[in-house]
Every structure is written in structure tokens, then in C-alpha cells.
Write a protein of this length. Structure first.
Length: 62
């Protein structure tokens, strides 16, 4: 199954943003990459780490 990368809705006109995908596993992993350089390997984190990060951003703590 191919990775499906999602781009932020806040992406600017130059398309400079971060993309995120659920990577095939096991183990379950979330991939995070720079949309300008998709040839580089993505940063990979556990789903719980990504969820915690999103919670901190949404709460305004980050």
C-alpha cells in the first residue's frame, strides 16, 4: 500500500509546508516530511507521540 501524504491546509502559495502520512507497518508509525524535499527520508514517530504533539499545538502550549 503506498503512503498517502497529507499537506497542511495552512500551506502557503509556494507550497512550503510539512506533509504527514501513516506509514505501513507494523510497527505503526507516522511519517513527517518537508514538502519541498520529498526525496529525503521522513522523520518517523509513534502515533501516540504525534497525537501528543498535536494536542500541545492545539492548546497553544507550542
Amino acid at each position: 500500500m503506498p503512503d498517502i501524504w497529507m499537506k497542511s491546509s495552512y500551506s502557503d502559495a509556494q507550497h512550503t509546508c510539512v506533509e504527514v502520512a501513516t506509514l505501513p507497518g507494523p510497527p505503526a508509525r507516522i511519517g513527517i516530511r518537508d514538502s519541498k524535499n520529498t526525496a529525503l527520508p521522513p522523520l518517523q514517530v509513534q502515533p501516540s507521540t504525534w497525537t501528543s504533539f498535536l494536542s500541545e499545538v492545539r492548546s497553544g502550549r507550542l
